[in-house]
Write a protein that binds this ligand. Structure first.
Ligand code: M6R
Length: 607
């Protein structure tokens, strides 16, 4: 989604703004722009497409000034054109915005009646004219913003710079995240800590309803009612993160290869490897007092939650209801106060998941979140955080965050089993040992890379693909299909293998590749029957299994991928790796933008 940066500094800010925007590229965008103020002149440059276009434009037509704002836009209202790109300006100010102004049509017609002329189709331009109208009525910039904010409905993070005010930036947040960065005689605004990492590691996160007035030497924050408030000043770990692909072609490739390491960091947070026990001190929830989990999440995080459901129910005998957050938040499900509301999110900012969290909070439930970004809104609004230690994930297609979510959920399920007395001390030791082996198996799985690349060459020739699995391999089939479609644009669907005969089998012919995820587990034989149904209709099978599975299946496959034999609990985590590599290399063969696929955003902060 859109990225915001603002700097009141001492140096020329235009290159710094572009640098900060590059660090926000991972969020997804389709146009970008910057504006600066210099000796009374407010000027801007905007470009469609990638930041390199804005960079080139700035080389041809540089912008001067030590105060400025910058923006990457992910189009919601109006096409991704230069005209609709931010910053939006009036003769008196420039504004950037992330989110949606829901009452923009109403505001626009009111402002047009007052004589304000709109140049774009964006909702953001209403903010520019609304505040300008207040200035035209004689209010100071601070008063103009104070009086305009209550008129805006929706989710927004905004930053405004005013002509004639070279030591003033005003920001507001109601929904999408916005951080204030503190420097020495310099102040910053950013959508996240990563954007500001080269400038400062000292940040305050605005809360919903907050607005902030920044000068080079001061920051004042006010809440919705206009009361001055203090927000915690934190040291961010974001500075440790350098946006670099290392020696890899894409962030996604790098992130796939980081998995053995980051999964082991994540597991170490929950498991005591030396004692062979779980670390109950890492889990601030008494699962023995919980009768149900109400979980929700979006996209890949939802599929991680679906796999978690199998583990919680089997290991801890704890029922889990799981929904996609965009449905959960509106379906008014009856919730028991003895339930734990559990949210899974890499970013911790996904609008639908956050809204579901807040809904559950209103209902009086205890809130737990599996999140990767510790400073995120979800992390801050949860009673308990179950961190994933995947590190910053830049590729839009989630890989390492997914497997770290799984590692966390598996560890939590074992913890819950221990607390609820559904597993013995021996079971605990065995399960902890099995989980501790994930990094080793993941390293072995990565050795399949060349084979996955070769299979991807074939897959890149097709228009459609099906993924099948049973048990925990079913949500993995859904994830495999999502991964393929989001980065290669090949149409793919995932199904529970047993559902094949209830409809999707009609799609099978000699042009349809079917990726079957089938470790030799308790579901294997049933899955083989479904594979037989595919083979009988000429479908091309790509079987992902282990040596026992390969030996047990006599069916002709187009490709068979053989993973090591491994304990059942870890199969969805390890089998995720060839699935990710398959999507990755297919996209590489297709020549798509792997890290920033079209139309997608890393952090989806609108409904
Ligand atoms: O940040 P979140 O985990 O809440 O994001 C949820 C989804 O938007 C995300 O997983 C999305 O589906 C990814 N593009 C999948 O690769």
């Amino acid at each position: 989604m859109c990225g915001i940066v603002g700097i009141i500094g001492r140096e020329q800010v235009a290159p710094l703004l572009v640098d900060a925007l590059k660090r926000l590229e991972y969020r997804g965008y389709d146009s970008a722009g910057v504006a600066t103020l210099n000796k009374g002149v407010l000027d801007r440059r905007r470009a469609e497409g990638k930041l390199v276009n804005l960079d080139n434009l700035l080389k041809e037509q540089p912008l001067s000034g030590t105060i400025g704002i910058g923006h990457t836009r992910w189009a919601t209202h109006g096409a991704p054109t230069v005209r609709n790109a931010h910053p939006h300006t009036t003769p008196r100010l420039a504004v950037i915005h992330n989110g949606i102004i829901e009452n923009f049509a109403e505001l626009r017609s009111m402002l047009e009646k007052d004589g304000y002329v709109f140049e774009t189709e964006t909702d953001t331009e209403t903010v520019a004219h609304l505040v300008t109208r207040a200035l035209d009525r004689g209010l100071s910039p601070v008063e103009a913003v104070r009086q305009s904010l209550p008129e805006l409905r929706g989710a927004f993070a905004i930053a405004i710079m005013f002509k004639g005010e070279e030591d003033l930036l005003i920001a507001a947040r109601n929904g999408p995240p916005l951080a204030v960065g503190y420097g020495d005689g310099e102040m910053y605004l950013g959508s996240d800590a990563i954007a500001l990492a080269p400038f400062t590691d000292t940040l305050s996160y605005l809360e919903d309803g907050d607005w902030a007035v920044l000068t080079r030497n001061s920051v004042a924050i006010y809440d919705e009612s206009g009361m001055a408030v203090k927000r915690r000043i934190e040291k961010s770990a974001g500075t440790a993160f350098l946006v670099s692909k290392g020696n890899r072609r894409h962030f996604m490739e790098k992130e796939i290869h980081e998995q053995p390491e980051v999964i082991s960091h994540t597991l170490a947070n929950y498991l005591d490897f030396s004692k062979g026990t779980i670390r109950t001190d890492a889990v601030p929830v008494d699962f023995a007092k919980i009768d149900r989990i109400a979980a929700s999440a979006c996209g890949t995080a939802y599929y991680a939650g679906l796999i978690g459901k199998y583990w919680f129910e089997q290991i801890a005998r704890l029922p889990v209801d799981i929904d996609v957050a965009s449905e959960f938040r509106y379906r008014e499900m009856p919730l028991s106060k003895d339930s734990l509301a559990l949210f899974v999110s890499q970013s911790g900012e996904t609008a639908d998941t956050l809204a579901s969290l807040r809904y559950c909070k209103q209902q009086g439930l205890k809130i737990g979140s599996v999140v990767n970004v510790k400073e995120s809104t979800m992390a801050r609004e949860s009673d308990s955080i179950f961190p994933t230690l995947a590190g910053p994930e830049v590729g839009v297609a989630s890989t390492k965050a997914f497997t770290c979510q799984l590692a966390t959920l598996a560890s939590l399920a074992v913890t819950a089993g221990k607390m609820r007395g559904t597993i013995s001390a021996d079971d605990e030791r065995r399960l902890v040992h099995e989980l501790s082996e994930i990094p080793r198996y993941a390293t072995q799985a990565l050795k399949l890379e060349q084979q996955m690349e070769a299979i991807s060459r074939d897959l890149s020739q097709v228009k459609h693909a099906l993924y099948l699995g049973r048990g925990t391999s079913f949500p993995l089939a859904l994830e495999g299909a999502l991964k393929l479609k989001e980065i290669s644009y090949i149409h793919a669907e995932g199904y529970a293998a047993g559902e094949l005969k209830h409809g999707p089998i009609a799609l099978i012919d000699e042009h349809m590749p079917v990726i079957v995820i089938a470790p030799y587990d308790r579901w294997f034989e049933k899955t083989v029957s479904n594979m037989q149904e595919v083979a009988a209709r000429g479908g091309k099978i790509i079987l992902i299994t282990d040596s026992r599975g390969a030996a047990a299946s006599t069916l002709k496959t187009m490709h068979t991928v053989i993973l090591p034999d491994m304990p059942e609990i870890i199969t969805p985590i390890i089998y995720a790796l060839p699935i990710q590599m398959l999507a990755y290399y297919t996209a590489v063969f297709m020549g798509t933008d792997v890290d920033q696929p079209r139309n997608l955003a890393k952090s989806v902060t609108v409904e």
